[in-house]
Design a binder for this molecule. Structure first.
Ligand SMILES: N[C@@H](CCC(=O)N[C@@H](CS)C(=O)NCC(=O)O)C(=O)O
Length: 201
């Protein structure tokens, strides 16, 4: 398998899962904002010039959530994802998709408005709104963790997706100082050797 990867990006999610599953993979390494992602060659790999992309034989797939679902369906052998008959399955899907659906949109706005745009183009209304919505989205994760260590009880693909989105939110400046469950959760995830390996690539 080949993973199109960049450090400090959503591609870490995929390397993390590949490590958790003990699967062999090679990495083609870029950086976020790399001009090499905006070339006709790379647009054939991902039509919008993004990472991650996973190649597995004849399969080429992008969207980190879809890649996590693909890898677990194909190679998970029952690990890190409840069976479709398990009452936890719908909640698992909900938390798997929460990362991109409810967290990362606001993270993207914060990154654009506080890092990428030149100061004269930044807009405080957008920043404050994104911080507020992110606070609500992260507060919901914090509440979910009040009586469990992981989003669906045991560690799963949902933690890879939404846990990683929480790291991204914190890096973008989200304030989680009052979210003690979330704080412990993030530290718990950071202790996993597979994540440590993925973050060192
Ligand atoms: N929803 C997509 C988002 C993909 C995405 O935006 N990736 C960013 C990195 S986290 C990217 O490729 N940025 C490179 C660039 O824009 O230069 C996913 O979850 O895979």
């Amino acid at each position: 398998m080949k993973l199109y990867f960049a450090p400090n990006s959503r591609a870490v999610r995929i390397a993390w899962l590949l490590e958790e599953l003990g699967l062999d993979y090679e990495v083609e390494k870029y950086s976020v904002g790399d001009r090499a992602l905006r070339t006709p060659e790379y647009y054939k790999i991902h039509p919008m010039g993004r990472i991650p992309v996973l190649e597995d034989g004849q399969v080429r797939i992008y969207e980190s959530g879809a890649i996590v679902q693909y890898l677990l369906a194909r190679y998970g052998d029952g690990k890190f994802s409840p069976d479709v008959e398990d009452p936890m399955f719908p909640e698992y899907l909900q938390w798997l998709h929460y990362a991109e659906g409810s967290i990362m949109g606001q993270v993207n706005i914060l990154v654009v408005e506080t890092i990428l745009l030149p100061p004269e183009k930044r807009n405080d209304v957008n920043v404050n709104r994104a911080k507020k919505l992110l606070g609500v989205a992260l507060g919901n994760v914090d509440s979910r963790l009040v009586d469990r260590d992981y989003l669906t009880g045991t560690f799963s693909g949902a933690d890879i997706m939404t846990g990683h989105a929480c790291f991204g939110a914190m890096r973008a400046g989200a304030d989680i100082s009052e979210m003690t469950n979330l704080d412990s959760y993030v530290n718990r995830l950071l202790k996993r050797p597979a994540l440590e390996k993925a973050r060192s690539l």
